[in-house]
Design a protein around this ligand. Structure first.
Ligand code: ADP
Ligand code: MG
Length: 259
């Protein structure tokens, strides 16, 4: 099937590709709480970066800052050549390029699945209703639930709703997908169907930043893993490096608790 995931799959090796996300010297405070401490991270086009770390270490704040859902006080964030400043136009541009999927699915309960997916493209991308619904249907097929198009979110299982949330984010044709613990709120038997969709999305060439505690997914799908602790990236490397040969004491401690 032709990719409606809207990204061009690059064949050049990862290390030769351009950065699509650059974060330099990022610092953020919530009042007195120094929540992100000199964070540096570059992400290549098509790269899958998994963000690990204990609860409260700043993972969500980091992901949200990339999408301008949180302000930051110091440092630089560049997403696909757009400098994330307080300029509202830049914020709007960056939000168009980044899709976000949260732990809670946040679907509009009073709208059909099809409407949930096609609403933003109609409003923001100015697509005709017919085109938007056509693409919504294709995306529902990609996430494996085309038969749910005319139902309401409350009629779907959690796993199905999260797949709709992914389809909805993809409908805006983002270049980068951000996931913040997308399977944490799901019953165990539904985790796999969501991870499978994310895995296929990764294989289609999408650039992804994924906060997750799913170590199997991290090992199998991540190009790189970064470990947050107390607002800092304490270690970063390939899944093999991180899981089989962690360098930092705190990485070992974290892995010992979770594995
Ligand atoms: P994680 O996602 O790794 O669990 P978070 O980014 O949610 O961590 O939180 C990092 C720290 O920032 C925590 O100490 C949390 O309590 C704090 N924090 C998160 N959001 C806010 C907020 N809106 N206001 C104040 N403190 C916050
Ligand atoms: Mg979090």
């Amino acid at each position: 099937m032709e990719s409606v995931f809207a990204v061009e799959k690059l064949t050049t090796p990862l290390e030769e590709r351009e950065d699509i996300v650059t974060v330099k010297g990022l610092n953020k405070w919530f009042g007195d709480l120094h929540v992100l401490k000199n964070v540096n991270l570059s992400v290549k086009q098509g790269e899958v970066v998994v963000v690990l770390g204990p609860s409260g270490s700043g993972k969500s704040t980091f992901i949200r800052t990339l999408n301008a859902l949180e302000e930051f006080q110091d440092g630089k964030i560049i997403v696909d050549g757009i400098n994330l400043t307080n300029d509202l136009r830049n914020i709007e541009e960056i939000r168009k390029e980044t899709g976000m999927v949260f732990q809670s699915f946040n679907l509009f309960p009073h709208m059909t699945i099809l409407k949930n997916i096609s609403l933003a493209p109609i409003w923001v991308r100015k697509w005709k209703k017919q085109k938007a619904e056509q693409i919504a249907l294709e995306l529902l097929e990609r996430v494996g639930i085309p038969e749910q198009a005319n139902k309401y979110p409350g009629q779907l299982s959690g796993g199905q709703q999260q797949r709709v949330a992914i389809a909805r984010a993809l409908a805006m044709r983002p270049k980068i997908m951000l996931f913040d613990e997308p399977t944490s709120a799901l019953d165990p038997e539904m985790v796999k169907e969501v991870l499978d969709v994310m895995k296929r999305l990764a294989e289609s060439g999408m650039t992804m930043l994924v906060v997750t505690h799913e170590m199997g997914f991290a090992r199998q799908v991540a190009d790189r893993i970064v470990l947050f602790d107390h607002g800092e990236i304490i270690e970063s490397g390939s899944p093999e490096q991180i899981f089989d040969n962690p360098q930092h004491e705190r990485t070992k401690l974290f892995l010992a608790q979770i594995l």
